[in-house]
Design a binder for this molecule. Structure first.
Ligand SMILES: *Cc1c(COP(=O)(O)O)cnc(C)c1O
Length: 413
């Protein structure tokens, strides 16, 4: 027997029963636009406008007290504590600072120092380029002491762990396919061979379950501006288990990671714990834009948010199959939510042009060569009705050959 086709009515019923449906009211959304691109940038909390104005007022007045009132110095830790539950970390284990690229350097260098003289770094062929480039730069600077070993699958990663490997620097979720790795399983296999782990959780944090503590990973890093909504170019995060953080100095030792920041001593002494990874002055302006999150993330039950993401993306996959399966759309992300990250990817004829046409029809998403479309689903603001409407618009673009219009030939990335 065929299952009954899903309709708009089903989407409305799912929204009515959704305990987190009210969350979208905290965000300023462009009317008529469905934002399916949270894997590039997350939505803007309404409270951001006010903190941005206050920041500019304080700047004009050069108010020193204004800065202190903004707690600019503590913001890396306060923001870190706010997002910690979303990545399965505890208070004091995460700081928000710098970019993912820079935090990758700090984390990999830290693990290499702890595991000296082991010299091999393990990573995925399909890892996000910057994560690999950072390692390649370190190898170049090491003048041949360090080397990189690439693997493709979880099984290969586990098999590649041996006494030569210092650190496995892996992405939790493949940014193209959306496939999520089993962090605990791989970390256990690494530890059995004395290998330390650094996980990049850019495409899982704030969307799907991440359990840093429980998986006993040594360090983790990730983007703030994606599902976590720290804003355009907003700061990233870094996590370290206490004993790992305290084992050696940070390779990027700066005055803000000093045990006594305003002691102005000549010689470095690392702050205990993860705070040693704060290198220089926090990005005060960027943190002001991120500050609205202090009132959002701590109030959300992570289990409920992850369940909502599961419900939204399960519906999305079912509707893509049902409505667009015969039009050449093929979902390439894992069907099992436990193996998916924040985004759902699918193949489409003329994928780049379809994404352009979608933008014109009020759906923002992203294209990845050669033929992949990614829908990054933010469980904070996307509703089941949005999902239904998105697939309806996509279907129209395909059925009516709208994507073949000359104006959609030019594809922007
Ligand atoms: C988005 C993303 C980055 C981006 O790093 P930046 O330093 O912010 O440019 C890095 N790694 C992964 C896995 C990403 O998804």
């Amino acid at each position: 027997m065929l299952a009954k086709p899903l309709t708009l009515k089903d989407a409305i019923a799912l929204d009515a029963a959704d305990p987190l449906a009210h969350l979208r009211d905290l965000f300023e959304l462009k009317p008529g636009t469905i934002f399916m691109d949270a894997n590039s940038i997350g939505p803007m909390p309404k409270a951001v406008r006010q903190s941005a104005e206050g920041l500019l007022d304080d700047w004009v007045a050069l108010r020193r007290r204004g800065w202190s009132n903004r707690q600019w110095l503590d913001m890396p830790s306060r923001l870190g504590d706010a997002i910690a539950p979303m990545i399965g970390a505890g208070p004091g284990e995460v700081v928000v600072c710098d970019s993912t690229t820079i935090n990758q350097f700090k984390a990999v260098a830290h693990c290499l120092a702890i595991n000296h003289p082991r010299s091999v770094v393990l990573s995925q062929n399909g890892n996000f380029p910057t994560d690999v480039h950072v390692i390649q730069g370190m190898i170049e600077a090491s003048r041949g002491r360090l080397s990189l070993r690439f693997i493709d699958t979880e099984q290969e990663a586990i098999a590649a762990m041996d006494e030569t490997v210092a650190v496995a620097a892996l992405s939790h979720v493949d940014y193209r396919s959306g496939e999520r790795w089993d962090m605990k399983r791989v970390t256990e296999a690494a530890h059995a061979k004395g290998v330390l782990t650094v996980w990049d959780t850019s495409h899982s944090a704030g969307a799907v379950p991440v359990a840093l503590r429980e998986s006993r990973t040594d360090m983790a890093i990730g983007c703030g501006y994606k599902y976590l909504c720290t804003g355009p170019g907003g700061p990233a995060y870094i996590y370290a288990r206490q004993e790992i953080a305290d084992a050696v100095w940070p390779a990027l030792a700066g005055w803000m990671g000093h045990a006594d920041v305003f002691g102005f001593t000549r010689d470095f002494a690392p702050h205990p714990g993860v705070k040693r990874f704060i290198a220089g002055t926090p990005a005060v302006a960027a943190n002001e834009l991120a500050k609205a999150l202090l009132d959002i993330w701590p109030k959300i039950d992570p289990q409920k948010l992850w369940a909502r993401h599961r419900s939204l993306t399960d519906l999305l996959i079912q509707l893509l199959d049902q409505e667009c399966g015969s039009l050449g759309i093929e979902v390439t992300s894992p069907r099992d939510h436990d193996r998916r990250g924040g985004n759902v990817s699918f193949r489409s004829p003329g994928a780049g042009s379809v994404v352009e046409a979608l933008i014109d029809h009020g759906v923002v998403s992203s294209f990845r060569k050669p033929d992949a479309i990614r829908f990054g689903v933010s469980p904070l603001v996307i509703s089941h009705q949005d999902i239904h409407e998105t697939v309806a618009r996509l279907k129209r673009i395909l059925v009516e050959d709208i994507w073949k219009q000359p104006k959609y030939k030019k594809v922007s990335v």
